[in-house]
Design a protein around this ligand. Structure first.
Ligand SMILES: Cc1ncc(COP(=O)(O)O)c(C=O)c1O
Length: 434
């Protein structure tokens, strides 16, 4: 990819170049007879997922469901006065980032510096790193990016005095000319993940930032998804601590060097609570950017997030649609109770729940029917263990369409994912960078 080609506000030109990549053995499931075509050429052929030469297992991403989910969170954020920096670690797919930005996203969230590099290589101009970064090499690279591109906006967490000192030293050593914007991370409670545990710790960190000429304090942030024994009350109570911290910092004039205060929280399990509590933020001395960071919503799922989605509590505000279906083929049917498919841990998310057998595509007729009496009972590296009840109709050669649980660990097993319309037409291929 030519890094010097111009890019529009959303990174479109850089992302368009993904279509120039050649299709070959690196990409699981893509048609062997497409070898040597570019991705754009293959997409233009509009092949059918079922008889267009794809091999199994093949992960399909529903074009309609992704579109629906993108639109739903755009309107949700708008309706609740939230800015949106969807977490990009979910998909690591610049084509989806562009679509999120076109739908009004403020920027894209990252978890680690490598992800920031991927985003920058694809023209992303606003990045929120929801983590502390104290790696001197990464900070030197970031300083270079900030110096080279006045339009690059970058914000990172700081969650310790030592962290602020390490950041400052690395940035000074790198000769950084623009200060790096930081938000103090408030931990989500005792025993939670990262983040300072008390308001006093947060104030000490803010003091350390104020003493560091290479850093600029622009807000506060945290992740309610890690609130211990999370329920609506505990999550709201923690979010109120976060917003009170912002108000206290503002009163103490700790945001004097910025013209906007960032207050950020929100994954895909509690954005209703974030919307409620952020709506209560009193007027501060500067405009407030209330930044939501949901990522998993983009594909949603058939397990973990199906249970956790806030839309179960606020159905009037919409419903997300699960966008993944993993198609695996029955390669063994050794008994009436057992079958094995050719997809395993290499292909399906398995960290939270096993895949869910949803439909069977009959190898003889091409007909698709519900996967009655069929359950996935385990996964080996390259095999799925399937249990069948007496009423299950299944034979070697049939395809099983599986629903998955956990978007992040579904995307990361596939580097080029067919984007498929409801009738099976593949309209594009989504490139991921893990
Ligand atoms: C700090 C942080 N922010 C935002 C998110 C996004 O949450 P979700 O994956 O539920 O959309 C995550 C997910 O792990 C996270 O760790």
């Amino acid at each position: 990819m030519a890094a010097d080609r111009p890019t529009d506000e959303f990174g479109n030109e850089r992302v368009d170049q993904l279509g120039d990549e050649r299709v070959d053995h690196r990409f699981k499931a893509l048609p062997p007879d497409a070898e040597g075509l570019t991705v754009a050429e293959l997409a233009a052929e509009r092949r059918n997922l079922f008889d267009g030469g794809f091999t199994t297992p093949v992960l399909a991403l529903s074009a309609e469901s992704v579109e629906h989910n993108l639109a739903l969170l755009e309107t949700y954020a708008e309706r609740h006065g939230l800015a949106f920096a969807p977490h990009g670690k979910t998909s690591m797919a610049p084509q989806l980032f562009v679509r999120q930005l076109e739908r009004g996203a403020w920027g894209i969230t990252a978890a680690v510096p490598h992800q920031v590099r991927v985003y920058r290589a694809h023209g992303i101009r606003r990045i929120f790193l929801a983590n502390e970064v104290v790696d001197a090499v990464a900070l030197r690279w970031l300083a270079g990016e900030l110096d080279a591109d006045p339009e690059f906006r970058f914000v990172a967490y700081v969650d310790s005095v030592r962290g602020a000192e390490l950041m400052d030293k690395a940035l000074r050593d790198a000769g950084a000319s623009r200060p790096l914007d930081v938000v103090v991370e408030l931990g989500a409670g005792d025993g939670a993940r990262t983040g300072a545990r008390t308001e006093a710790d947060c104030a000490a960190i803010a003091d350390a930032v104020a003493a560091a000429p290479t850093l600029r304090l622009v807000g506060v942030a945290g992740y309610e998804g890690e609130v211990p024994q999370a329920d609506g009350d505990r999550v709201r109570a923690w979010l109120r601590r976060l917003t009170a911290l912002a108000a206290d910092f503002d009163k103490a004039e700790r945001f004097a060097a910025t013209d906007e205060i960032i207050i950020s929280a929100g994954g895909s399990a509690w954005f209703d609570a974030v919307a409620d509590v952020f709506a209560e933020i009193p007027e501060l001395s500067l405009p407030v950017c209330k930044l939501l960071r949901s990522g998993a919503y983009v594909s949603h799922d058939d397990g973990h997030y199906r249970h956790l989605t806030p839309f179960n509590r606020v159905p009037d505000e919409g419903t997300l649609q699960p966008a993944f279906r993993l198609w695996a083929q029955v390669v063994s049917r050794p008994s009436g109770e057992q079958a094995f498919v050719n997809a395993g841990k290499r292909d399906a998310a398995y960290d939270l729940d096993l895949p869910e057998a949803q439909v069977v595509r009959d190898a003889r007729t091409g007909e698709i029917r519900p996967a009655t009496g069929i359950t996935v009972s385990g996964l080996s590296d390259q095999h799925g263990w399937v249990r069948t009840a007496p009423e299950a109709e299944l034979e070697v050669g049939d395809w099983i369409g599986l629903g998955l649980s956990h978007p992040c660990t579904s995307f990361d097993k596939w580097q080029l994912i067919p984007l498929v319309e409801a009738d099976g037409t593949v309209t594009d291929y989504i490139r991921t960078f893990f």
